[in-house]
Design a protein around this ligand. Structure first.
Ligand SMILES: Nc1ncnc2c1ncn2[C@@H]1O[C@H](COP(=O)(O)OP(=O)(O)OP(=O)(O)O)[C@@H](O)[C@H]1O
Ligand SMILES: [Mg+2]
Length: 303
């Protein structure tokens, strides 16, 4: 996230946030490589962002990346429920100075780190200078330890979501094949495209679509094609196809058990789709360092 202007001319996320939130450059540039930030967003609520964020994070970890999952849903934070972990502290508590950044990063299932969120956060634009500084401290702590950061964002195009997610390296817009969800996904693509254009903060990350709860491969493909063609025609924005995930009864079953579906049902249809998606993203991220944890070796059997 703390990417410094290099050959590509791109800025790190903290710098981009500093500019958007007019935070003074208080800290020295870090000397570690930047984490790749993947923001998972949607227009319509309940389309599967949290399920995808959690399981994609685990699938990327299984491929050897050091991954942290960040619950950035400031309306209804609930990623901890899907992961089945107890949150000792939350990142909004760090903003208030009640916890240190290191305290709120906990171990999640599937060899990922997890930063719990809290519901009912105020508008990010209204944070005090101290709170902004603290938010950047959390991001910097994450940056120093992990190479991939997955942001599970709230639904819709509120200022909070757009401000924090627009600067991601990869923006994943989740939709289902339902016309209402597709319409809202289009509005989301439009809002992020405008933000990236207007902010003029060097945000050059890619934007892509995931079609969740598709009834068939064909329905997934068709939904993506429809959305990509209107985005190209009316917004002149390219959106990458990050694939589809089939509707699968194992997903709600795993949620009821408070376990990631990928760990309990690694061979089910939804898990296979998530793993295929992680394979594609992993190739974009580059080769991770070889890791030989037991978890890695076991899950590698399925990918
Ligand atoms: N591929 C799928 N097959 C079947 N059910 C699914 C699938 N994906 C998600 N669901 C179900 O849809 C519901 C909503 O999923 P989830 O909480 O991940 O959505 P969300 O986009 O994060 O919602 P919110 O906007 O409230 O944050 C869950 O009950 C989940 O079990
Ligand atoms: Mg959610």
């Amino acid at each position: 996230m703390f990417r410094h202007e290099g050959g590509s001319g791109r800025l790190d996320q903290a710098n981009r946030l500093r500019r958007m939130m007019t935070v003074p450059e208080a800290t020295a540039p870090p000397d570690h490589p930047a984490a790749h930030v993947i923001a998972v967003v949607s227009g319509k609520g309940g389309v599967g962002k949290t399920f995808i964020s959690a399981n994609l994070a685990i699938a990327l970890s299984a491929r050897g990346h050091r991954v942290v999952l960040f619950d950035l849903d400031m309306g209804l934070a609930n990623t901890d429920i899907i992961l089945g972990v107890e949150a000792a502290g939350t990142w909004p508590e760090v903003l208030g100075g009640r916890r240190s950044p290191g305290e709120v990063i906990i171990q999640g299932p599937g060899d990922i780190a997890f930063v719990p969120g809290a519901s009912g956060m105020a508008n990010i634009a209204n944070l005090s200078e101290f709170e902004r500084h603290q938010l950047l401290a959390v991001l910097e702590e994450i940056e120093s330890r992990y190479d991939v950061c997955v942001l599970d964002c709230g639904a819709g195009i509120s200022r909070n979501v757009v401000t924090l997610a627009a600067s991601a390296d990869t923006l994943l817009v989740v939709t289902t094949p339902e016309p209402t969800a597709v319409t809202d996904a289009y509005a989301t693509i439009k809002a992020f495209a405008q933000e990236r254009q207007c902010a003029d903060t060097g945000m050059g990350g890619s934007m892509g679509v995931i079609v969740n709860q598709a009834l068939s491969r064909r329905e997934g493909r068709d939904t993506y094609e429809r959305l990509a063609s209107v985005a190209a025609r009316f917004l002149h924005v390219p959106v990458t196809d990050y694939g589809y995930i089939l509707a699968d009864e194992h997903v709600p079953a795993a949620v009821r058990q408070r376990r990631p579906v990928l760990l309990d049902y690694p061979r089910c249809a939804a898990s296979s789709c998530v793993m295929a998606m992680a394979g594609r993203l992993s190739r974009e991220l580059g080769r991770p360092e070889a890791r030989q944890s037991l978890f890695y070796r076991v899950i590698s059997l399925f990918i």
